[in-house]
Design a binder for this molecule. Structure first.
Ligand code: SAH
Ligand code: SF4
Length: 336
């Protein structure tokens, strides 16, 4: 629901402010249409139904992976589509991977979303509703939506105002989703002005930066954005962020066979990151039909060992949901 539009209607009708919370609570409880928002009187429901749909993102398809990962394709009011993914962990925790844009303008060569081109930015509410849908799913599994990562479709830092608005709502106590800020992560391709803007955002969310290469030539081959913000400028922005916030930065590094996964690459990476407060997440490459292949496990282990020997903190992030194309880099829809 476009809450801004609905707020205007409520105000015009002279309705009290708590009506909005009643509507959000109904959405959270699974109401599918205005008719099911039974905490409002019938005439008000009818009036609101004439102005805006209850949901601005509606599940059109739900796929479940063998590992329990759930992927939705969601239709938006203008007919465009996005995807969202819910990943199961131990102890009843669930992580939602949200989209921030329809498609993406940045064209990384290893990412399916990149092949779609840019459709449009999502609104705050289109982002928040992905979380409302995921929270219901987590409830139905006897679990809890504990983490949200902006690692779905799109570059969150090119839609930062909506992303900030959504984070505030995800974090807000009920009828917000009450998710701890530290359990929310924003992943960026390395959009330097966005990193600078994030250091002034008051909630202590995590920042993840998709570095993926330890030299500019390799990074430019993988990520055209590197021509605009090469590695040195990106890492200086990360260091300023660490200094200003006192928090560390998570560096993402997708291992591609023969491209960026040699021991020399690991040593170069360690040199680049040595004086910072970084944690490296090594990511398994998920097939997207392009020119790349995933690193073999023994190369991955050697890479990890070389980083650790050089004193870096690093871990491997295993791929989830690849059988239903729900893994990192595999999100793509037909209607952008
Ligand atoms: N646009 C943001 C966030 C969305 S992508 C960004 O690029 O950071 C989320 C993560 O998935 C990024 O680290 C991205 O580089 C990674 N990714 C993209 N394609 C991938 C693939 N095919 N396999 C594994 N990770 C991939
Ligand atoms: Fe866009 Fe991120 Fe995919 Fe690059 S990796 S094309 S920035 S979604």
């Amino acid at each position: 629901m476009d809450r801004d539009a609905v707020a205007v209607v409520l105000e015009q009708l002279g309705e009290p402010r708590y009506r909005m919370d009643q509507i959000v609570r109904a959405q959270r409880a699974g109401a599918g249409s205005w008719d099911e928002v039974t905490t409002l009187g019938k005439p008000l429901r009818a009036e609101l139904a004439g102005h805006a749909p209850l949901w601005s993102a509606v599940p059109e398809e739900r796929l479940v992976s063998v590992d329990g990962t759930v992927k939705w394709r969601l239709g938006l009011a203008d007919g465009r589509q996005i995807e969202a993914v819910l990943i199961a962990h131990a102890q009843g925790r669930r992580t939602l991977c949200v989209s921030s844009q329809v498609g993406c303008a940045l064209g990384c060569t290893f990412c399916s979303t990149g092949t779609m081109g840019f459709g449009r930015d999502l609104t705050v509410w289109e982002i928040v509703e992905q979380a409302l849908i995921a929270a219901q799913e987590a409830d139905s599994q006897g679990a809890r939506l504990s983490n949200v990562v902006f690692m779905g479709m799109g570059e969150p830092m090119q839609n930062l105002l909506a992303v900030f608005g959504a984070i505030e709502e995800l974090h807000r106590p009920a009828p917000g989703l009450g998710i701890s800020a530290r359990q929310i992560a924003v992943s960026t391709v390395g959009w330097v002005p966005g990193i600078a803007a994030m250091q002034d955002f008051p909630l202590p969310v995590r920042l993840a930066v998709s570095l993926h290469a330890a030299d500019d030539q390799t990074r430019s081959r993988m990520m055209p954005v590197n021509q605009r913000y090469p590695i040195a400028s990106l890492l200086s922005a990360c260091r300023r962020y660490c200094d200003k916030t006192g928090r560390r930065v998570f560096i993402e590094y997708v291992l591609l066979d023969g491209v960026n996964d040699s021991v020399d690459d690991a040593k170069r990476l360690a040199r680049l990151l040595r004086d910072g407060r970084f944690h490296v997440n090594l990511i398994e490459y998920n097939a997207t039909g392009g020119e790349f292949r995933a690193s073999r496990p023994e190369r991955r282990e050697r890479f990890l060992l070389a980083l650790e020997r050089a004193g870096l903190e690093a871990s491997v992030r295993r791929s989830r949901g690849a059988d239903v194309a729900a893994a990192c880099g595999q999100l793509v829809t037909a209607r952008s």
